[in-house]
Design a protein around this ligand. Structure first.
Ligand SMILES: *[C@@H]1O[C@H](CO)[C@@H](O)[C@H](O)[C@H]1NC(C)=O
Length: 420
């Protein structure tokens, strides 16, 4: 399905190959030119569903007329082709579903969001609403291939579990495979791979976690103590309902694998966004303060802070700096209006002086009460641009194409602008 128009993109990579073959052991895959991604339509989709362990369908808008947009489209196809190539041995099928030509298939399969990728595994459909790059997609699909529940049976595995503070995790203690574990397992399938489920059949492990038989604990990211799910034993529905009610964490890390889903889950039109590089001393300190604030406010259902580590999104860093008029070499916290990307940021320009947890809490309170908002300063926007200095950009630069971005092709990791 992959047209020759993309060849010029690949040529530079190919030309480098003969020069760099001194040693083996580090070889990035290049697209080998073999078509693996199916054009899925009414006559072949059922067969495709039957044929593979897992079927991965990209639901896309019709091929655009403009050349630039066509190139973006081809880059998206290339991401899928490369993913299919890398995962060739895994019995995963890949296909494209055209929202216009294949509307009937889309309807039958329940595909709704144009620009999303749907994974069909057993009787389930898992939506991938993340960055469409081959790295992210491969990682995601490998996670989906695994068992949805990971068993913990010794102290070493327990330590690894305890270190996963960025993830939403559940852990349950059961007698064995043939027990109330079954409902836990069924529940886990509903959230795979976004929410991690662990179980133990081992008394010593359960004791270390103070888990009683058939009890399930829920760990919110960055919290020290878990919440105990009420009731024992729990049905699948009990567990699913609890997770759905609690999955929006007080502090959550933006991740490539579900970044669009996180961004869509705003707080009445805004996000509180914190930028902090964990590897950077200031960023690390700031993050520790944020965690304290989150722990103090974990029972506030209004509050959810999105933490972005710019290191995880190198392709977006300059875009964010321009859109928000920020210096992302420093930690930052602010409010972003998700409709127009208008934003205000807490003044932390003095390097020596990160805010204390109390100051940060006061500021967050002001945000939640509306005292700090993105609207009040709108007249002063021009002067702020001047004062902010480095990134004078045309207004917003986000909402003009936001709708297209949600619906279309430029969600690829390659950040193609489409016109050249
Ligand atoms: C966000 O921006 C839109 C458009 O400028 C505006 O109508 C809306 O009131 C803003 N929302 C908040 C919560 O400030």
């Amino acid at each position: 399905m992959f047209s020759h128009a993309c060849l010029p993109l690949l040529l530079p990579l190919l030309l480098l190959l003969p020069l760099s073959r001194a040693e083996e052991g580090l070889e990035f895959p290049n697209f080998d030119g073999k078509d693996r991604v199916l054009d899925v339509h009414a006559r072949n989709y059922k067969k495709a569903l039957r044929r593979y362990d897992m079927l991965c369908l990209f639901y896309h808008a019709p091929l655009p007329a403009s050349k630039g947009l066509q190139k973006q489209f081809q880059m998206t196809e290339l991401v899928l082709e490369l993913t299919a190539q890398v995962l060739e041995d895994k019995d995963i099928g890949f296909g494209m579903v055209d929202a216009q030509k294949d509307a009937e298939v889309a309807w039958k399969l329940g595909l709704e969001e144009v620009g999303s990728l749907y994974v069909f595994k057993d009787d389930r459909v898992i939506e991938f609403d993340g960055e469409l790059s081959a790295d992210t997609l491969v990682e995601f699909l490998l996670d989906v291939l695994e068992d949805p529940v990971e068993l913990i049976s010794n102290a070493m595995e327990l330590r690894a579990f305890e270190r996963m503070e960025e993830d939403i995790r559940l852990i349950g203690f059961f007698k064995g495979e043939d027990s109330h574990y079954k409902s836990f397992q069924e529940a886990s399938e509903r959230f795979q791979p976004y929410i991690k489920f662990f179980a133990t059949f081992d008394k010593a492990v359960a004791k270390r976690l103070s888990l009683k038989m058939n009890e399930v604990n829920f760990y919110e990211p960055f919290m020290e103590e878990p919440a105990i799910l009420p009731g024992r034993p729990l049905s699948e529905t009990d567990i699913v309902d609890f997770v759905q009610q609690h999955r929006r964490a007080t502090l959550r890390k933006l991740r490539a694998e579900n970044m669009f889903e996180t961004w869509e889950d705003d707080m009445d039109g805004i996000h509180i966004v914190a930028f902090a590089e964990e590897e950077d001393p200031d960023g690390y300190e700031f993050l520790e303060i944020l965690k304290d604030v989150a722990r103090d406010n974990t029972n506030n259902p209004e509050l959810s802070i999105v933490w972005i580590d710019p290191d995880d999104f190198p392709l977006l860093t300059t875009y964010w700096e321009k859109t928000f008029r920020l210096d992302l070499f420093r930690p930052q916290i602010g409010v972003v209006n998700v409709t127009d990307a208008d934003s205000v940021w807490l003044d932390m320009s003095n390097d020596e002086d990160l805010p204390t947890a109390e100051e940060l809490e006061d500021w967050i309170e002001d945000v939640l009460s509306g005292k700090v908002n993105t609207e009040d300063d709108d007249d002063a926007a021009a002067s702020r641009g001047r004062a902010g200095g480095h990134a004078a950009s045309e207004e917003g630069g986000y909402d003009d194409d936001d709708d297209d971005a949600r619906g279309g092709y430029d969600r690829g990791g390659e950040e193609g602008d489409g016109d050249d």
